[in-house]
Every structure is written in structure tokens, then in C-alpha cells.
Design a protein around this ligand. Structure first.
Ligand code: TXA
Ligand code: MG
Length: 349
């Protein structure tokens, strides 16, 4: 398959634009097209067609028991995706849509079984990106879209990442430039008078708390032996090719670890804030931004993780960040990418 590339970076009147019209036609035809959202690039197909959805799972190599998020472009489209929603869900939509919040709701009869991996619920969100909204509107149907990476790899934050992973496997990629948030949406469930976070993401716990009183994390996110309510959380994710370890210690401890791996003959990559980069010596240094601007770090995380795959590093050591605000999602992704491997200063090895 030849993968078409459309560049709509900085284009006006998106719904009238030839390239988006063409991409929407492919979607109507049951094909798969990658598109930008405010979080990461998505791999979109008609959420109401099992045949189209199957192509997403195939292109990604995604386990078929992991449900997809359904994207809508207006509140009028909501009944196409969900059959019911309560007052709390409605409050969340009012406050955070369009935006990086996915709400798990009872599924409508229109959504294909494969989209939800057989579940009777569906994750729905309205992305805050003009290209995504124009594409959904022109396609005239909700779009199921997982992140547009090969299963297990870091999510794509620009069109080149998508091309690298999926060239030849999908019909087209709409290039709308780099994404803003850089991490995926927050997935929540709103039932029993409270909001449960199934996957931390672009909307933080404290943002949710400005709208609803009772917000908690799915306990499975904190305790390893519980089965997470969000099926995707159980898989290895976001991983670069080389093994990744998180460093829980000061600068000296970090440098000691670098030296140890180097003495063992390894080429060592480090993933660190701009400040720490200036204080450490390693073979490959990737900077994610100033440590006091955690949004920038989140935005750069996947891009820099991916960049190690084009280098010869044998091991990657990464800095950790405070679990506050978007830091919750950032640390969730870093721990997943590392397969929970943390080297701690105060622990015997
Ligand atoms: O920001 C995002 O959410 C991006 C962009 C493209 O919108 N999409 C994304 O999709 O991250 P994906 O497929 O990579 O992750 C979807 C997550 C998975 O962890 C999945 O298990 C969970 O959402 N999910 C989807 N439907 C669900 C449902 N009905 N119940 C519980 N979790 C669900
Ligand atoms: Mg994903």
C-alpha cells in the first residue's frame, strides 16, 4: 500500500480544503487515515464499521481486546457514540470538551463491536484540534482512533513519527505539525457520584476537581496486582528499543550509574531536563526542557524517547519528575516505558 501524505500545516478553511476532503473520503470508504489531535496523532477509521476498525488493529499490531477511543466533532454527534450519560459526565463535557478528556459511557448501538473490543461501554472524546474536527465533520461519522504508533512504541507527536511506524500500512497521513500536549488524553469513568481516572493524561486530577468534588485514581494504577479498568493499561507501552531505567537519586548517583554502565561496555543515553543535562556526562544526551516547565517536558517526552531508536545506545537512563499536575501522566508514561524499572539511591541492588 502506498501511504499518501497531506500537508495541511497552517491552512485556513480546513473543511473546504481539498486534502482533508480527500482524507475524509478515504474514511467513508472504510480506510484508515492518521491525523493530528492536540494530544498525539491518532489512527482514524469509521467507528461504526467493523471492517474499517479491523484495519486499525492490523496496521498497529494491536491486541484485539484493547478498545479504541471514539472521537466526535460536536455534541450533536454524541448520541451516535453513547446511548446515555449522567449529570457528572455532562459537567465534564461542558468544562473540558473540546480537549484531552475521554469519558467512558454506555455504548450506542451504532458503534461497531470491534471498536469497543466487545465491551458495552465506549470511551468518547472531542479533540481540541481544528484538523481533527474538520476531518470528523467531513467524514460524517465518529472516528475511532488509537494513537498512530505501532503497538508498544511511544505515541507519535508529529507526522514523521507516524510515517516511520506505519508507512505502507495505512492509506494516508495528514500532517498538521507537532502536537501540543504531547501525552494522551485522560480516560475517566463517571459513575456512583464520582469520577475515576482510568488513565492519567492531558487533563489533570486538580483540573477535574474544579468541576466535580469526588475524583479518584483507579486503584489498579497504584497497586500492581489489580486488573486495570482501562484494558490498555496492562500492556507494555511507549518503549524505546533500548532498555530504559528511571533514576531515583541525586546528580552524583545519576553520574555513578552512567559510569557503571559505561564501565560494563555500554553506550549510555540519558533523558534529562535542560538543567541536569549540563551537569552530567554520557554518550547520548536528550533534553526534554526546563524541569520547572513540566508541560514542555511532557510535550517532548515521546519525541526524545523515539530519537534514541536512531542512535546506538544500549541503555537509557531517565530523570524522574514530581507527580503533580501533568507530572502524574508524565510519570505514568515514563514508568510504563521503563517497565517499572527504577534505580533508587537508597535501595540495595
Ligand atoms: O489522546 C488520546 O487519547 C489519543 C488520541 C489519538 O485521541 N488516543 C489514544 O488512544 O491514546 P489509545 O488507543 O492509544 O488509548 C486508549 C485507552 C486505552 O488505555 C484503552 O484501554 C482505554 O483508552 N479505553 C478505551 N475505551 C475504553 C472503555 N470502554 N473502557 C475503559 N477503557 C477504555
Ligand atoms: Mg496508544
Amino acid at each position: 500500500m502506498i501511504t499518501r501524505k497531506w500537508n495541511v500545516h497552517n491552512v485556513d478553511n480546513l473543511t473546504g480544503h481539498q486534502d482533508i476532503v480527500e482524507a475524509a473520503m478515504w474514511i467513508k470508504d472504510g480506510e484508515v487515515v492518521a491525523f493530528p489531535t492536540e494530544t498525539v496523532y491518532g489512527l482514524g477509521a469509521n467507528a461504526c464499521s467493523n471492517e474499517a476498525i479491523e484495519k486499525i488493529f492490523e496496521a498497529k499490531g494491536r491486541p484485539s481486546d484493547n478498545p479504541l477511543i471514539v472521537h466526535i466533532s460536536s455534541r450533536e454527534q454524541l448520541p451516535l457514540a453513547a446511548s446515555d450519560w449522567n449529570e457528572i459526565a455532562e459537567k465534564l463535557m461542558d468544562a473540558f470538551w473540546p480537549g484531552p478528556l475521554t469519558i467512558v459511557l454506555p455504548k450506542s448501538k451504532y458503534i461497531a463491536e470491534k471498536t469497543t473490543a466487545g465491551l458495552d461501554t465506549v470511551g468518547v472524546r472531542m479533540p481540541d484540534h481544528p484538523v481533527a474536527l474538520a476531518l470528523i465533520e467531513l467524514a460524517g461519522t465518529p472516528l475511532a482512533a488509537p494513537s498512530a504508533n505501532r503497538s508498544g512504541k511511544p505515541s507519535p507527536t508529529n507526522a514523521e513519527h507516524v510515517f516511520y511506524d506505519l508507512n505502507g500500512r495505512i492509506k494516508g497521513i495528514i500532517d498538521g505539525g507537532a502536537t501540543g500536549v504531547g501525552l494522551e488524553s485522560t480516560v475517566v469513568e463517571a459513575s456512583g457520584g464520582k469520577v475515576t481516572i482510568l488513565r492519567p493524561g492531558g487533563i489533570t486530577k486538580s483540573q477535574l476537581e474544579t468541576v466535580v468534588e469526588n475524583v479518584e485514581l483507579d486503584r489498579a494504577l497504584l497497586e500492581e496486582n489489580l486488573v486495570p479498568k482501562s484494558p490498555g493499561m496492562k500492556y507494555t507501552h511507549y518503549a524505546p528499543n533500548a532498555p530504559l531505567y528511571l533514576i531515583n537519586g541525586d546528580r552524583t548517583f545519576f553520574q555513578d550509574k552512567i559510569n557503571q554502565y559505561q564501565n560494563d561496555g555500554q553506550t549510555v543515553g540519558i533523558l534529562v531536563s535542560d538543567e541536569l543535562a549540563g551537569q552530567l556526562t554520557a554518550d547520548e544526551v536528550r533534553m526534554v526542557g526546563p524541569s520547572d516547565q513540566i508541560e514542555k517536558v511532557a510535550q517532548q517526552l515521546y519525541n526524545q524517547l523515539r530519537s534514541f531508536d536512531d542512535s546506538s545506545v544500549g541503555v537509557i537512563l531517565a530523570e524522574m519528575y514530581p507527580v503533580e499536575g501533568i507530572g502524574e501522566a508524565l510519570m505514568n508514561r515514563l514508568l510504563k516505558a521503563a517497565g517499572n524499572k527504577v534505580l533508587s539511591k537508597n535501595r540495595q541492588e
